[in-house]
Unconditional design. Structure first.
Length: 380
């Protein structure tokens, strides 16, 4: 069965990896299953380029206020013309604020049988944008409830919702959102794999991800000095984002203890950086999958993650992670120290368990088989 699938996202960045990695692997794996892959994202100007085995279309739009790594769709007429020209069988929407309205407006102009529209929940809207700011207030529960009501209204309009973790699937179903399908996300297990142990004088901690408030990297910065004092560990940071200046200032005051790698666009370079680490730390408690966690486990590197969110799901299922109390930097530090000081036998066990779990459940071919089934069974 041949399908033309168009992914549309307002949150695609050349220097932030989650959506980009997902799109890249769709374009590599789905054409062999008869899927023609197109991706529509905002750009500085209109353009079209080859993207792995698919095509990336850029629609001109302004930079997102306060975050120059992302842009908004500005040429709405251009977006409509592009969709009319592509005439997709399935549209996958990755941003759920204004974008769905634009997509449905464009669909009305297509004529003929309309495409199926699926929403993929890549970010925890309620947990990231609402709960942290109002959840502690006397009327916070009401606002959180109203936020879920908005999410429910938005996703009920889709023909189905795709999610990357069972954690998100359960939350959405508990809040009355129908037709939720778990497909997961994946890792290139041929690239992200263990390497022979490296003998070095200091253990290595890695943070790999976007440098932004929702990733809660501040928790790691707050506890690092204590961890270094206890273990002599050094910290390596791979990523870019709005908090880059703060992280750079932190590193500058800790010369020869904190090393910044910036955004690592080369998957091979990132895989090596992860595999050379002794522990990978994912501080954010609002992950809907946590690609950094999965990549670390694929490399046989134990992880320290919060006891909330989808990163915990991966850590527990693999048996190769330690959980800290979400939001507690002191507990995070203790768990990092415990992991670094674990016995060689325990570390070998975690390495084997981590790798085996990801290979069995989150290799990209396995994920793409689930995704293809979701597309093929979507109501048109």
């Amino acid at each position: 069965m041949s399908l033309r699938v168009v992914d549309i996202s307002s949150f695609f960045s050349n220097t932030c990896g989650g959506i980009k990695t997902y799109y890249r692997n769709k374009a590599r794996h789905l054409p062999a299953r008869g899927v023609e892959c197109h991706f529509i994202v905002p750009g500085e100007k209109r353009g079209e380029e080859a993207f792995a085995g698919g095509t990336l279309h850029r629609v001109a739009g302004p930079a997102f206020p306060g975050n120059q790594h992302y842009r908004m769709f500005g040429d709405i007429a251009g977006l409509s013309r592009l969709l009319r020209g592509l005439r997709p069988d399935v549209i996958e929407v990755a941003s759920h604020y204004v974008l769905p309205t634009l997509v449905y407006r464009a669909i009305r102009t297509l004529g003929g049988s309309p495409p199926a529209v699926l929403g993929f929940l890549h970010s925890d809207i309620v947990g990231t944008l609402v709960e942290p700011f109002v959840g502690h207030l006397p009327w916070g529960k009401l606002l959180v409830s109203q936020a879920w009501r908005w999410v429910r209204w938005r996703h009920r309009r889709y023909d189905g919702t795709l999610v990357a973790s069972h954690t998100v699937r359960r939350a959405m179903q508990a809040n009355g959102i129908p037709f939720v399908t778990w497909v997961g996300l994946g890792v290139d297990t041929d690239l992200f794999q263990p390497i022979p142990a490296i003998r070095r004088s200091r253990p290595r901690i890695l943070y790999s991800g976007r440098l932004s408030g929702d990733k809660q990297i501040d928790l790691l910065l707050q506890t690092f000095d204590r961890v270094h004092e206890a273990t002599g560990a050094e910290l390596h940071v791979a990523g870019d984002g709005p908090l880059r200046g703060r992280v750079e200032a932190f590193a500058w005051r800790r010369e020869n203890r904190v090393f910044l790698h910036g955004y690592v666009d080369s998957p091979a370079h990132l895989a090596r950086l992860i595999a050379e680490s002794d522990v990978s730390v994912i501080p954010g408690s609002r992950e809907t999958f946590s690609l950094s966690t999965a990549e670390s486990l694929a490399c046989g590197v134990p992880v320290v993650v919060p006891n909330r969110g989808a990163a915990a799901e991966l850590a527990v299922a693999s048996g190769a992670g330690a959980l800290f109390a979400a939001g507690d930097s002191s507990d995070l530090g203790r768990r990092i120290v415990d992991t670094l000081e674990s016995t060689p036998t325990r570390r070998a066990d975690m390495r084997k368990q981590a790798r085996g779990y990801i290979v069995d459940n989150h290799g990209w071919p396995t994920v793409m088989a689930r995704l293809h089934e979701a597309y093929a069974t979507a109501p048109c």
